[in-house]
Design a binder for this molecule. Structure first.
Ligand code: FAD
Length: 455
């Protein structure tokens, strides 16, 4: 007998219930990935994510080959492609992980109906995108938690399911395998110059190194911009090269303040997923309306995108995004606060730009963190404004984060780099660097008025 293991957001061998389910249910398995045209048409595949995804698929194929199987790749409508491969291989069952997004749920339903009409079975395994599935913990009488702290308490009480080991042998089936996609076949355009390498192998290497040392200092170091002391595992979590459940178990087994702080961040990821699952409209509409009438100054927004606002810490953040397809969490927070509160521009504009460049961009984390920063989401202090100069002083005190990403300012020593306008006139004039595009006091007053805080 033959089963198909259909990969979606779980591009890994470890802790993969549907891959194990497929290999346990049949003599032969076709591991399958479909480059889904419906996803392509949303514009979600960008050059950065395409480059990373191509790496993930090549690595998945290499790992499968060591077990006796190979990755089959098809392109097109996912239902049609799965049907065709199933007919070609004579598969009786198709195994898939339960989807958490609205799209994934509709895909599952269409597949089920199509396969049933062909006399085949769709076997749906538990959802593996998050450590705790959306909806698994809810407050009494409500469908989701709107505040993180009580969510986290229940999340920790509930516990996270134990991860499964990777299967050792997966006998492959006879079928046309197709070739692995190149990045340019997945999305047109040039990717950022320094992207992480995609795939479970790179992910596990990074995870091993992370757990082996840096995790210990995470509680104190996670906000240190130049130190760059966070795990940088987010792209691997996004593509499912790593299982969030495995991360929770392995961190907790090591124990300590670093592990606790890290697990708390993984719970934030689950928190945003459960908000979006219950309120899918939060992807594009305010979760909590504050009556904002956002400004749309095209020059200011362009300057923010290009990292030329004249505020070095904001510009360093925006340049890191463009260069690496990733940004430190503290940098995301202050860049988002600058756009939505200082410039008072719509959070959707910022979310779209992040989505274009981030390798880890996902609707739940990106959109809901943007709403958090804009004060239209779940932040319990929606009107706080992060002052970029204070943030710079606290999180990049000697200015080395700025010097790393803003080459025009690389020659300015120490914290003076955060205020180039204070340099002697001749030195200032020699810099190819803009004046601040906005006065912070004027901007703060504008925001307070707009939110009705002065009444
Ligand atoms: P670590 O500090 O090592 O944390 C470990 C993991 O916990 C991360 O990989 C991530 O999966 C999760 N995590 C950490 N912080 C958060 C958080 N605030 N919300 C949700 N999960 C979190 N994260 C994304 O994965 N995708 C996004 O599209 C995204 N967009 C963001 C947009 C804005 C405006 C802001 C403020 C934050 C956004 N984040 C997003 C959250 C966070 O910035 C990144 O997850 C984090 O910087 C990734 O780096 P890391 O893996 O080194 O994190």
């Amino acid at each position: 007998s033959v089963s198909i293991a259909l990969f979606t957001g779980d591009l890994r061998l470890h802790d993969n219930p549907s891959l194990r389910g497929a290999s346990g249910s049949a003599d032969q398995v076709v591991p399958l990935f479909v480059v889904d045209h419906a996803i392509r048409d949303t514009g979600f595949p960008t050059p950065n994510r395409a480059a990373f995804l191509a790496g993930c698929l090549a690595d998945l194929d290499a790992r499968l080959r060591r077990t006796g199987a190979r990755l089959a790749v098809r392109t097109g409508d996912v239902t049609e492609q799965v049907r065709e491969v199933a007919a070609e291989a004579g598969a009786e069952q198709v195994h898939i992980a339960a989807g958490v997004s609205g799209y994934a749920q509709r895909r599952e339903e269409r597949l089920r109906r199509a396969l049933e009409s062909d006399g085949r079975l769709l076997v749906v395994h538990e959802a593996v995108v998050t450590a705790v599935a959306p909806g698994a913990v809810t407050p009494q009488g409500k469908d989701h938690y709107a505040v993180f702290t009580p969510y986290f308490r229940r999340w920790a009480e509930q516990g996270v399911r134990a991860p499964l080991p990777a299967p050792r042998r997966i006998p492959g089936a006879r079928v046309r395998y197709g070739s692995l996609p190149s990045p340019s076949s997945l999305a047109a355009g040039t990717p950022s110059p320094t992207l992480p390498e995609g795939g479970e192998t790179a992910a596990r290497r990074r995870l091993g190194r992370w757990l082996d040392g840096p995790l210990e200092g995470y509680a104190d170091g996670h906000d240190d911009l130049p130190g760059d002391l966070t795990s940088r595992l987010s792209p691997y979590l996004h593509f499912g090269c790593l299982s969030a459940a495995e991360l929770v178990h392995r961190a907790l087994a090591l124990g300590g303040a670093g592990a606790d702080a890290f697990v708390r961040q993984l719970a934030w990821r689950d928190f945003h997923h459960q908000v979006l699952a219950a309120r899918p409209a939060a992807a594009h509409r305010d979760y909590r309306t504050r009556g904002d009438r956002w400004r749309a100054d095209a020059d200011e927004i362009d300057a923010w995108r290009a990292g030329r606002t004249g505020y070095p810490i904001v510009d360093a953040a925006m340049r890191q995004l463009r260069q690496e397809g990733w940004m430190h969490n503290r940098a995301r927070l202050l860049a988002a606060s600058f756009l939505t509160k200082t410039l008072y521009a719509d959070w959707r504009t910022g979310a779209r730009h992040f989505q274009e460049l981030l390798v880890d961009a996902d609707v739940a984390n990106n959109q809901l963190n943007w709403q958090w920063a804009a004060g239209t989401g779940t932040d319990t202090r929606p009107n706080r404004v992060l002052n970029p100069l204070t943030q710079a002083q606290r999180f990049d005190p000697d200015g080395s984060y700025v010097r790393r990403y803003v080459p025009e300012l690389a020659g300015i020593p120490g914290s003076a780099v955060h205020r180039p306008w204070r340099l002697p006139a001749a030195e200032r004039a020699a810099l190819e660097y803009p004046e601040p595009i906005v006065d912070l006091d004027v901007a703060a007053a504008r925001f307070r008025r707009a939110r009705g805080l002065d009444d």
